[in-house]
Design a protein around this ligand. Structure first.
Ligand code: FNR
Length: 184
């Protein structure tokens, strides 16, 4: 049966290295998997009052509805101040409520962190992993996807020029699909 993978990218930057790497990674998914880009940049900031008062903004409603159509999630994040960008944390929060109606529950996930720095977004990767534990998302442990020194891996068109990196990311997608099938 065909499956839909939601791609959530924590950078809104038009020349995002994270998005470039993530899109080339998910392009290696085998037939039978469709990728759906889930936009998070337009989400209103989470405010619990709006849920409690039945006034959830349209942006939250659309996001929650879109997330319900995906079978699994690829999270791709840059690192901001050793954590995830606020826009990504906001998306996690919006999707997790109203209480008892989380869109994340039981959805298989994989985390990719990308950075021009040598530490490869490790802090963001693990802060995100901490939230996914609480959100009850079974998350691939190995391989861990830390892509550091990313500018050396991309050409001027943001294409991955390092064959080993592309092979590594394709292998991760293979492991992810095995993981999804085992859980379904
Ligand atoms: C950064 N950057 C950064 N890099 C890093 O490796 N660790 C960090 O903690 C931070 N912190 C940080 C904070 C803020 C507010 C910004 C704007 C940037 C640099 C960051 O990795 C770089 O801008 C990337 O290019 C962002 O990813 P995208 O947009 O290219 O996907």
């Amino acid at each position: 049966m065909s499956k839909t993978i939601g791609l959530i990218v924590g950078s809104l930057r038009k020349g995002s290295f994270t998005r470039a790497v993530a899109e080339q990674m998910v392009a290696t998914l085998p037939a039978g998997y469709t990728v759906k880009n889930i936009e998070i940049g337009n989400l209103d900031l989470y405010n619990q009052d709006l849920d409690d008062e039945g006034r959830a903004p349209q942006s939250w409603q659309d996001f929650r509805a879109a997330m319900k159509t995906v079978d699994a999630v690829v999270f791709a994040t840059p690192e901001y101040n050793r954590s995830v960008p606020g826009v990504l944390k906001n998306a996690l929060d919006v999707g997790s409520r109203p209480y008892g109606a989380s869109v994340w529950d039981q959805k298989p996930a994989i985390i990719l962190s990308v950075s021009p720095g040598a530490i490869s977004g490790f802090g963001a990767n693990h802060h995100l992993r901490q939230s996914l534990v609480f959100l009850n998302m079974p998350t691939i442990q190995q391989p861990e996807l830390y892509i550091g020194n990313v500018t050396a891996l991309l050409d001027d068109n943001l294409k991955i020029k390092n064959e080993g990196t592309l092979k590594f990311l394709a292998g991760a997608m293979e492991t992810f699909t095995d993981f999804i099938e085992r859980l379904s």
